[in-house]
Design a protein around this ligand. Structure first.
Ligand SMILES: [Zn+2]
Length: 369
């Protein structure tokens, strides 16, 4: 039936009609609110590149979670910002680690709140990588960088042009050295991830969410949880996590930027949709109860393809850079924050994610109330 019989505008005439025929709806109980917990008391430190997002001490995290819960947001995911880091990520798996402490406090005060634990090592490693690194910090790349910095200081005293020339000459060396200097070891990392997962579950974490992108981590974590008697703790795996420039602000929030190299040897290449399906399939086979695609907005096609192909609950992470872009534009009055926020969340939902991790959880829930 074509025009003039069919008139699609008929169902758009009034707000009630539009509400009636709406295909996709957002609800606060599908939001997961990410929180960064740090040591101390009364700490509420705003992340420079994520206005409205804070590093929170346990007491402040409690207030924030209570606030979210009262708005209908019933899940949070915790990231730790520890005061010390080392080469074996002790802060991730020790029983009085910052996330473990925050979890005990949250579960005591808000037993019905779902507390998810992000499982990764980068926040707790002195080098900022998600796994165990082969090669010391004084490797070739670091040495080359030190040398270049020294040269730069000397050169700046002479002339700016000279400094530029020297930098340009040294840059390829640093790039090259950074590429060959280290390796992120897969299998030794699994042991630490498993240990972290058990420790977090012991502290009261309800859902374990590994985000490291090592091969075989889901199986290793499932085995360790089962061996420790935690057969009912679900795993939400960051199954398709892409190496993305959109993580920039998060690295400031979690103080987890790699000190050398990048994460492209373990996080996925943004060009690969079929490989994303293989990653997801592998995680489900290893025992993942739920899967996640991250980031969300630049990978909506991956979310849609995953929804089409797999029947497990599907989550998507609206990451720091997505949030920061909307905030920056809104703060300049270039866009309407609320409208763009809701439209971005709706697009993720429409693509097929039923669970959305978002820094806007509270703001969006407030609008939906
Ligand atoms: Zn990591």
């Amino acid at each position: 039936m074509a025009f003039p019989v069919t008139r699609l505008r008929r169902l758009r005439r009034t707000e009630a009609l539009r509400d009636l025929v709406r295909e996709t709806r957002l609800t606060p109980d599908s939001f997961v609110y990410p929180m960064f917990v740090c040591p101390g008391e009364g700490v509420r430190k705003e992340v420079r590149s994520m206005p409205g997002v804070f590093n929170l001490s346990v007491d402040e995290a409690l207030k924030e979670a209570r606030d979210a819960f009262s708005l209908g947001v019933r899940s949070v995911i915790l990231f730790g910002v520890p005061d010390k880091k080392d080469e074996v990520a002790t802060g991730a798996w020790e029983d009085d680690g910052i996330v473990q402490r925050a979890t005990r406090a949250l579960k005591r005060e808000l037993p019905k709140l779902i507390v998810m634990g992000d499982v990764c090592l980068c926040e707790y490693m002195s080098h900022g990588h998600c796994g165990v690194v082969k090669a010391g910090p004084q490797s070739l790349g670091a040495a080359a960088r030190d040398a270049m910095n020294a040269v730069r200081v000397v050169a700046v005293r002479n002339s700016k042009e000279k400094a530029k020339a020297i930098e340009a000459a040294a840059a390829p060396l640093v790039t090259h050295a950074s590429r060959i200097e280290f390796e992120i070891l897969n299998d030794p990392t699994l042991e630490l991830l498993a240990k972290t997962s058990v420790s977090l579950t012991r502290a009261g974490i309800d859902i374990i969410a590994p985000s490291d992108m090592m091969d075989g981590r889901v199986a290793a974590i499932r085995r360790a949880l089962d061996d420790a008697g935690y057969i009912n703790t679900p795993i939400l795996s960051y199954a398709a996590k892409f190496a993305s420039g959109f993580y920039g602000p998060f690295r400031e929030a979690a103080d987890s930027a790699p000190q050398f190299g990048d994460r492209r040897s373990y996080q996925m290449d943004g060009a690969n949709l079929r490989e994303a399906m293989r990653e997801i399939e592998a995680d489900i086979e290893e025992g993942a109860d739920m899967i996640m695609v991250k980031p969300a907005m630049p990978y909506l096609d991956v979310i849609a393809a995953a929804r089409e192909r797999f029947d497990v609950p599907l989550a998507a992470y609206q990451v720091s850079g997505e949030y920061a872009m909307i905030e920056a534009a809104a703060r300049n009055n270039w866009i309407e924050r609320d409208r763009v926020m809701m439209e971005s969340l709706l697009s993720i939902r429409r693509a097929g994610a039923s669970i959305i991790l978002t820094y806007y959880a509270k703001n969006a829930a407030r609008l939906l109330a």
